[in-house]
Design a protein around this ligand. Structure first.
Ligand code: PMP
Length: 427
């Protein structure tokens, strides 16, 4: 492509252009000012387009975490003194808040884990070891994150179960027609991304659940990319397990959630032993607490849970439905703008969540990322922990711009200016 292929958004006057038909209401509400991480050291706007990897945190979350680590701090569950009792109330209130946010029937279905990765490992090791036998089938899809591949490979090796891979439609969605063909009565679990972290494709979770259940299999949804941008209702989704990470939901690192249907969790053995997960310990044998405590061995992520509560309150204030529409509109605009550039190849479906993967002919995504960094634009470049998907797409890496509730068209304009500069450098 020649440098004269300049996108109409690339001009200095577009920095705050309000005329693109985008929802800028969130920005107008002052959302951006809530996030200290969205500014450079010089106080200039930082165009953070890597929210799918980890989101920036609103001040309310930082304050909640700081209070919990400071004046309010004590451990939970065992203390006989008032501060510990207060912290226990705070920790358990966070569990109830999560249950309410995701439409769980009961807070007993909410297990605090370190993140989505740990949640999937927990299900693979606990439910998997109890339920998978030699020759049973585990179904994954071509677009899964390594976190939703490797734990299943590890358990397949130990149990003799076999992994089947569901292909994608041409535009990069999990092919539910193909899923139907793959399922057999030996399929025991189907584990799929609700929203792809690379392509932004959104799974019809209810249809996937119905298909899985039609052969008696369970459905685990990897909700890492859906929890931060969609209104959730576990009953409506119809899944059996759902996992997400707090740090992608405007909360802190080190905490995530495994939601599991109560009857399933009750039947699952513990996966880690230690304090807090027991009923009674004797040297001859120990008995275990009911879920969710059965799966929370050791001192839990107390301050992280309290900060996650604050993050969920913040997201709920914004309205999760509004977030999806806002980010999807940004993704659509970015796709339209990139399509005007001949050397840009776009991946994924037209209708997607706020995640756009692309490649520029003759420019390695890492070079693009480095040049954009000089322009205070942060994108992701690499395989996005989805190497099988990269192989399927026939590329070693893509560039990925992902939006959050604080993103607006000034971020798109800055990205396009940076791409324009990159094209000039590589011309
Ligand atoms: N699944 C998906 C779809 C993801 O995007 C991610 C994070 N990139 C993960 C799983 C893993 O999340 P975490 O590293 O927070 O456990």
């Amino acid at each position: 492509m020649s440098a004269s292929q300049t996108s109409p958004l690339v001009s200095s006057e577009v920095e705050t252009r309000p005329d693109k038909g985008l929802s800028t209401a969130l920005e107008a509400n002052g959302v951006r000012a809530d996030f200290p991480g969205l500014f450079t050291a010089n106080g200039k706007p930082w165009h953070y387009l890597d929210t799918a990897a980890s989101s920036q945190k609103p001040q309310k979350v930082i304050d909640a975490m700081s209070r919990a680590l400071g004046a309010d701090y004590a451990t939970v569950h065992r203390g006989v003194y008032g501060r510990s009792a207060q912290m226990t109330l705070g920790y358990e209130a966070a569990r109830r808040r999560v249950a309410d946010f995701i439409g769980a029937d009961s807070e007993d279905e909410v297990v605090f884990v370190r993140g989505a990765t740990e949640g999937i490992n927990l299900v693979a090791q606990s439910w998997g070891m109890a339920n998978l036998r030699e020759g049973d089938r585990i179904v994954l899809s071509m677009l899964e994150h390594h976190s939703n591949i490797v734990p299943w490979q590890m358990i397949a090796e130990r149990t003799g179960a076999v992994i089947d891979v569901c292909p994608l439609t041409e535009d990069g969605r999990i092919d539910l027609g193909a899923l139907e063909d793959i399922l057999t009565p030996r399929t025991k679990i189907v584990s799929l991304a609700h929203v792809s972290n690379v392509l932004g494709s959104v799974l019809d979770a209810r249809a996937a659940a119905d298909l899985a259940h039609s052969v008696g299999a369970k459905l685990l949804l990897d909700g890492c990319q859906s929890a931060p941008r969609m209104a959730l209702d576990m009953t409506a989704l119809g899944c059996d397990f759902y996992v997400f990470s707090g740090h992608k939901l405007y909360g802190p690192t080190g905490i995530g959630v495994l939601w599991g249907r109560k009857d399933l969790l009750e039947d699952m053995p513990p996966w880690q032993g230690g304090g807090a997960m027991i009923e009674k310990v004797e040297f001859a044998r120990s008995t275990y607490a009911p879920p969710p405590q059965r799966f929370e061995a050791g001192t839990p992520m107390i301050t992280e849970a309290i900060a996650l509560h604050a993050a969920i309150d913040y997201v709920a204030e914004q309205g999760p439905d509004r977030l999806f529409a806002h980010e999807a509109a940004l993704a659509k605009t970015l796709r339209e703008e990139l399509r005007t550039l001949n050397s840009v190849k776009l991946f994924g479906p037209e209708e997607s969540a706020g995640i756009v993967s692309f490649a520029i002919e003759g420019v390695h995504p890492h070079d693009l990322g480095t040049i954009l960094d000089e322009e205070d634009v942060a994108i992701r470049a690499g395989h996005h922990c989805a190497q099988p998907l990269m192989e399927h797409l026939g590329v070693p890496a893509t560039a990925r711009a992902s939006f959050g509730l604080y993103s607006d068209d000034s971020d798109i304009a800055a990205l396009l200016r940076g791409i324009d500069r990159t094209l000039k450098i590589f011309a």
